[in-house]
Ligand binder design. Sequence first.
Ligand SMILES: N[C@@H](CCC(=O)N[C@@H](CS)C(=O)NCC(=O)O)C(=O)O
Length: 218
Amino acid sequence: MKLYSGPLSLFTAKVRIALAEKGLAYERIEVDWNPRDRYLPHHPEVAALNPRGQVPVIVDGDVVVYDSTLILSHLEETRPGTPLLPDDPAGRARARQFEAWADEILFPAVWDVIEEAFYPAPPEGRDAGRLEAARAALAHHHAMLEKELAGRTWFCGEMFSIADIGVMVFLGAAATMGVPPSQEHVHLVAWMQRCRARPSIRDEFAEMAAFSQAALAG
Ligand SMILES: N[C@@H](CCC(=O)N[C@@H](CS)C(=O)NCC(=O)O)C(=O)O
């Protein structure tokens, strides 16, 4: 299997973590990224495989899949060993719902933090209002997640799943950029610690931190 991967792509990070959790070997093709042009121009093979030109993309034999959610679903169907989805329909629905929520509701607030706190300031200066609004949105999301994690080890109970991967990738990035959950959210803080103790997640965040330090220094 080939994975077209972005060094700081959080959507690719979801896939890299799932592959590590499942213990799957793969060929990783890193697309170029830099703080100014970001992913442009798109890697020519990615542009040919994904009409959006975005990573992640996998090539699994004859099968091409783009979009992190669809890739995780494909991995689950084709490599069910070390499952990342519960067995029961209700559990599966919950896991998928959290993954979709993370991509569609959580990520936009995290992206605002990344744009304002990580990328070099644009010539017109930073947008402090955008960062404040993102902080407020994240505080609201943290409070909701705190309730969901009360009495649960992972979002789906005792089973680590795609829900944990999806939420942690974005919450971990926001925390790295200076917007962690309040220590009052004891369940959420403890869950983040449990996530970071997993080699798949620990290694992923260590690698992204090393890459971003080098990219911003150079
Ligand atoms: N919904 C997609 C989003 C993928 C995405 O936004 N990829 C970004 C990197 S994190 C990208 O390739 N951006 C380049 C571009 O849009 O030009 C997924 O879940 O995979």
